[in-house]
Design a protein around this ligand. Sequence first.
Ligand code: TRP
Ligand code: ZN
Length: 881
Amino acid sequence: MSNSDSLVEEVIERNPQEKHLSDYRPSDYTISTIDLEFDLFDHQTKVQAISQVQRVSKEVTPLFLFGEALNLVSILVDDVDYTDFELVKDGIVINHLPTSFKLEINTEIDPAKNHAFEGLYKSGDAFCTQCEAEGFRRITYYLDRPDVLAKFSTKVIADKTLYPYLLSNGNQVDQGDLDAGRHFVSWVDPFPKPAYLFALVAGDFDLVEDNFITKSGRDVKLAIFVDKGNLDKTQHAMLSLKKSMQWDEERFNLEYDLDIYMIVAVDFFNMGAMENKGLNVFNSKFVLANQQSATDQDYLGVEAVIGHEYFHNWTGNRITCRDWFQLSLKEGLTVFRDQEFSSDLGSRSVNRIANVMTMRDHQFAEDAGPMSHPIRPESVMEMNNFYTLTVYEKGSEVIRMLHTLLGEEKFQKGMQLYVQRHDGQAVTCDDFVAAMQDASEIDLTLFKRWYSQSGTPQVFVTDHYDSVNQTYQITFKQKTLPTADQKKKLPLHIPIDIELLDSNGNSLELLEGKKNRVLSLTQKEQTFVFKHILSKPVPCLFRGFSAPVKYQYAYTDEQLLDIMSFASDEFSRWDAGQTLFNKYLVKNVKALQSGGALSLPEIFIDGFKSVLVSETLDPSLVADMFAFTSENGARELFEQVDIDAIHNARDFMLKEIATKLHELFVDTYLRHNQLKAYQPNIDDIAKRKLKNSALSFIARVDKKVADEYVLAQIASCNNMTDYLGALNAANSGLLPCRAAVMQAFDDKWFENGLVMDKWFVLQASMPSDNVLDNIDALFNHRSFDFNNPNRLRSLVGAFAQTNTYRFHHVDGSGYAFLTDQLIKLNSQNPQVASRLITPLIQFKNLDQVRIKLIKAELNRLLALPDLAVDLYEKVTKALAQ
Ligand code: TRP
Ligand code: ZN
């Protein structure tokens, strides 16, 4: 081989291939059953896999099985040793096989050395698995693709004292003792499933049990396994599980199908949780909660994630994805379902606002950045990189638009048809939309473009009132800018939920007895005319965020204040407040850039004053009205982003609001600081939220009073929400008591990593110029563990994602810091590294100085000899911008 040949080889090696949706082909082989046996040891776990394999392709082809980081021990075909195979880069090719045969593969793996937490690994003292998306191939050679569905049976063998609980999918069918202090348990899962839904857990746990009677009268055993000593933190998770099961029966007519549902909480987990059939594995953050250790937001998070994984049993497990490009088929739909669950159980508007904040603060940036992709991506290098806000959150928005267009009744008809047609299958997003279309008889041809077009559409709105004919006409123009992945954009089907307010703030009747109406914008430009309109109305647009778009209408301040006070949709009231804030944020940024004076008019303050004194608004909504666009979200308002000006303008505005409304914030704080017993119900959660929001506004203005309130609140509170609320005010306001209260918290909680995560987040988001020195020192903190993804996200992730101003310091120290961490993480946990890199690759509209600094860091990563494909995909795409 010549020198240039080897160079070419090296380049190919370094340039991992993209896979394309259009290249999908069904598998040449199917597997009907797989019987697994695990003999568990820290470093030498033996895995035996016996599969029944059939060739389904006409041509005789070799069998390719995926496999990574495996030690092959032996292969047997129909019980005879087999050697006609080749080990290749990412698997094995087995030649000259019969059409139908029994395949036995014996491998050895090293779970204790697995810090990537993919495949079989150790979380603390327990063994556990994570197979989605492509982790099963780290357990044995297999057709590790979601459209190969097999019946799994699993026998787990391990030391009985260390691992009294041996769990897997389905129902337990056998157990017994073995020699040398070992024992076994056997499980059978009656439902055929793809390998990504396989799970195994072995360990010693505390166990809480309960049961649920399904609507058809079946008695399902519920079991939650947690680390020893945590039983007092399981009650809320169990309650949430029962509520999820009940809700899915009532709202979606979907019932659970096995005799047992198990949840295991582990401390080392790359994501939130995993919906493995009958055996969910959870990040302990989304299971453990009691009033001392968890905030109200944690309680809501547990409920949402327990719901999400449970709802996957139908939308994901019984009906799964044909290929990973279809991920949003299960994720977008299941996020929609968990959002509806939270909304039905709690406050619909508050949930809606939280979801829209995520879209605007983070998903819009993803859609405009180097990783831009449609909710159904067309090409992927590393699948783990596509568990994104786009696939999940925008995917859910797309389902929500379907719901808006069809209405609840037809939507549910569509769901029933989808289940009836595809139960037990691996299908596509097209199959889902087809079921919705067939059940509703609404044409969704154009709507389907949402699945293939990336980017955030912009909608420009103008209107005209004709007082002679008493008509009101409103014109919408849509435009989607080219994105990194896709130059040409087409018009989308955009549902616009609209309400018109008259001069007294009353809503006009737009349809029989209804205050609102959903318009379908399907063309590039479209005009709608409303008749018999007696005076020029104020249009309330995209009620409930009826489409994931950015929209512009030249609202006057007065119009926005009208919407804030009179819109029938609480989301719209909140949205008008955001728009008003953003309008002055843009103005003040421009003022800073041109040396003009900063200002915030009286009318603005008065508008928000009436929100704060309102006796009728939900306190939680009031708190959200004062949760103004973050520095991150504000970047979306500018074509050219000025980090420092955004920070300073926003800071000025918050200070101005805090100053002008100071007495009212004090009053609000005192008024809502009356709760005695802790209850995590919606009303009390709302009061605590508003109270703690008020406290941080007070801390911006009067450090002395705030210091007193913080200390008193910490001394008297009986729950983590108020403790953290006080700490947050001390931290963000840099109050005199800050150091002391942070230290006291540390002393009290240092043994509880999950609680300390909240503290690390505060440290990382401290608004101080020496925050990085602080963070550096905290790597040696007694509660920190670089191998634990939760700790990393709390310290490193929170800094890069929420401390925008410091992360983007023009000396480049934030960029260098993050890059240093990514280099350390690259080889041991590339999946987590790849999630942490996000703020470093979304730089397109920054200034040239910062862009140059960032590119230098990205090149530093690219120069790593062993750069993981996860990071390689993002770094190369970012540098190509
Ligand atoms: N399917 C999981 C969910 O949506 C996501 C998930 C959990 C995951 N762990 C993972 C995805 C690891 C990729 C890798 O709840
Ligand atoms: Zn999911």
